[in-house]
Design a protein around this ligand. Structure first.
Ligand code: ATP
Length: 325
């Protein structure tokens, strides 16, 4: 008989799955003194998932495979690493010689694509480490830790459809009926989010009168969009999709105009740039229409790759747990 002596109660490995998001509404307020913008956004999680496996190890490390893997930082700048370190600190593990964690990220969410893939990985790492370390933190507490890492992390934890205020981290669940079928068209290269906000500010300043600050109204939630989501009718939702960052994303990647046009010509009920782009999101009437749209968009050849997804998808959750108590 072999006795395994386990002085660290957290051993084994845990895998969590986490969705990408699109923004059904993204309204951007004026530039604040602290350099941020107040947002009103409607997040919607879709069935394009990254997977994150955490395994007890002597030292913390990260490996990344899959979509855009080489573009993801492998050191402490990786958002999943930052999340694991923040959780270790919050639960008092750090500095107690309890070892680190090996983090393996399998990416399907493209990097710098406006789909919040980095924040998603941070959320998955929080959920997986919470289980591995049997820390027992509530989603609300994980969300508080996650918000320090990225404003989209709290949404990746809860998934579904939710209204986000502030920088997007103050969330309220939205009432939504039915499911929505989407086609996502990926751009050839990523768009860094700060560049897109800066382009948005420049476009607004260029529209303003000489020497006057741009007249940007405070962002407001679209009650029409919320009513359409409650009705569960994609034909009502499609025309109400809005994104204040879209003109900025189009100014940085003019080819996106053709992608949006192609989607509309192929029967999309709504077409928009997702978040800061460059991914374009097309809403279809149902799964069959989404398949036809995906085929047509692929044939049009104006984007790098096309996937068919649905929403609302659940937030970060453990899919496999080999945590040893
Ligand atoms: P958002 O929509 O949240 O503004 P995004 O979807 O456009 O972001 P991400 O895929 O989240 O972009 O990546 C943004 C940057 O974050 C990348 O350029 C990358 O350097 C960095 N990053 C750090 N950790 C990760 C990670 N685990 N996955 C992807 N990117 C990461």
């Amino acid at each position: 008989m072999t006795h395994v002596i386990q002085d660290d109660p957290a051993a084994g490995s845990v895998t969590a799955r986490v969705p990408a998001k699109v923004n059904l509404q993204l309204s951007v307020g004026p530039l604040r003194d602290d350099g941020y913008h107040d947002l009103v956004t409607v997040f919607h999680a879709v069935s394009l998932f990254d997977e994150v496996t955490v395994t007890s190890a002597e030292r913390t490390s990260v490996v990344v495979s899959g979509e855009g893997g080489p573009a993801v930082p492998l050191g402490p700048a990786n958002l999943a690493v930052r999340a694991a370190v923040a959780l270790a600190r919050a639960t008092g593990r750090r500095g107690k010689g309890l070892g680190g964690v090996k983090i393996e990220i399998r990416k399907r969410i493209p990097v710098a694509a406006g789909l919040a893939g980095g924040s998603a990985d941070a959320a998955a790492a929080l959920v997986a480490c919470n289980e591995l370390w049997r820390a027992g933190l509530s989603t609300a507490k994980l969300s508080e830790i996650g918000a320090q890492i990225g404003s989209d992390v709290p949404f990746a934890l809860i998934g579904g459809t939710a209204v986000g205020l502030g920088r997007g981290e103050r969330l309220t669940r939205a009432l939504v009926s039915g499911s929505y079928h989407w086609v996502l068209a990926f751009g050839a290269t990523g768009l860094p989010t700060p560049d897109v906000f800066a382009a948005c500010d420049r476009l607004r300043a260029a529209r303003a009168k000489d020497d006057e600050a741009p007249d940007v109204p405070a962002p407001r939630l679209s009650t029409k969009l919320m009513a359409a989501l409650r009705s569960g009718d994609p034909a009502a939702v499609g025309p109400l999709l809005t994104n204040d960052l879209q003109p900025a994303a189009l100014s940085l990647q003019p080819l996106l105009r053709r992608a949006l046009q192609a989607g509309k010509e192929h029967g999309a009920l709504g077409a928009m740039v997702s978040g800061s782009g460059p991914t374009c999101a097309f809403l279809a009437a149902d799964a069959n229409a989404a398949r036809d749209l995906a085929v047509a968009d692929t044939g049009a050849g104006v984007c790098r790759a096309v996937v068919q997804v649905s929403g609302p998808a659940p937030g970060a959750s453990v899919v496999e747990s080999g945590a040893l108590a």
